[in-house]
Design a protein around this ligand. Structure first.
Ligand SMILES: NC(=O)c1ccc[n+]([C@@H]2O[C@H](COP(=O)([O-])OP(=O)(O)OC[C@H]3O[C@@H](n4cnc5c(N)ncnc54)[C@H](OP(=O)(O)O)[C@@H]3O)[C@@H](O)[C@H]2O)c1
Length: 269
């Protein structure tokens, strides 16, 4: 039986997405760390939409998680036809002052595990000559972001890796899509430890910055999937912002951002 596997499905964009996919009668495998939340959502999906839904509790900041997830799907005979690599975490503040271990965990989750999960699930998709892989990037994938240096670099990796893979997978009839949300009202800032002060400095304070809801973002993702897109940015303002970012030199963008952050935090430039 065909399944869609979504990482980071216990909250935010991932949760909104699995609910909309279930309404479209997708059978689902939900992945995240919080087993209690996953069990609750899985039960709701089964009861409300009559689909098959299961979950795997795994910490993708650990190097063996991708192998654990793949082995579990193989054990149950779940055929993963659509894979959505959505789980991700942010970090913000002056790089030198951040916990090195947290930054390394971020890279494991946002990049190494995404790569490993993709590699593992690509093999059966190649044999079947069918499948879809959707990788979630960010607006931060389009420019270096001072005071969010590691996160932005991790999303630039996701963008580059995914866009290259899109072309490699065409002969095997596997659709690979890069999807980039902008600022979205989720638990993201809190998980990233971007407290209000840092959030304001980074212009990512949900109270003041223009944001989409996770449901808006999930709708745009599904529209892009239906249209067989290889690349989609969520939100018209974000699409304009990404275009502007490609026109301006990175050195100028980063200087303005760094000065603005320090000014908002009352630091001297
Ligand atoms: N919100 C935004 O403004 C925004 C903007 C651009 C891009 N994005 C991207 O969108 C994606 C989803 O973010 P979101 O806003 O929905 O964030 P969120 O509300 O914080 O949700 C993150 C999801 O990832 C899971 N997760 C976190 N760490 C994990 C780990 N170590 N192992 C397994 N699962 C883990 C969380 O579940 P558990 O805690 O249960 O593990 C949760 O289900 C991320 O890739 C993010 O970079 C978000």
């Amino acid at each position: 039986m065909k399944y869609t596997l979504v990482t980071g499905a216990s909250g935010g964009i991932g949760e909104a997405l699995v609910k909309k996919l279930a309404a479209r009668q997708h059978n689902l495998v939900l992945v995240a760390r919080n087993a209690e939340k996953l069990a609750k959502i899985t039960k709701e999906l089964q009861e409300q939409h009559g689909v098959q839904a299961a979950y795997i509790a795994a910490d993708l900041a650990k190097p063996d998680a991708a192998f654990q997830i793949f082995a579990e799907t193989q054990k149950h005979g779940w055929e993963i036809d659509i894979l959505v690599n959505n789980a991700g975490i942010g970090s913000g503040g002056e790089f030198a002052t951040l916990s090195l271990q947290s930054e390394l965990d971020l890279l494991q989750l946002n990049n190494a595990s995404l790569l490993a999960v993709t590699h593992l699930f690509l093999q059966p998709m190649r044999e079947r000559k069918r499948g879809t892989i959707i990788n979630i990037a960010s607006m931060a994938a389009f420019m270096p972001v001072p005071y969010m240096a590691t996160y932005a670099a991790s999303k630039a990796f996701v963008r580059s890796f995914t866009q290259a893979l899109t072309q490699e997978c065409i002969p095997c009839n596997i659709h690979v899509m890069l999807f980039a949300p902008g600022l979205t009202k989720t638990n993201f800032n809190e998980s990233a430890g971007i407290n209000n002060e840092k959030g304001v400095g980074l212009s990512s304070d949900y109270q003041t910055a223009a944001t989409q809801t996770p449901e808006d973002v999930a709708d745009e993702l599904l529209q892009a999937l239906d249209a067989n897109k290889q690349f989609k940015i969520s939100g018209s303002r974000n699409r304009l912002g990404a275009r502007l970012a490609t026109l301006l030199p990175n050195a100028m963008i980063t200087r303005v951002m760094a000065n603005s952050y320090r000014k908002k935090l009352g630091q001297s430039n």
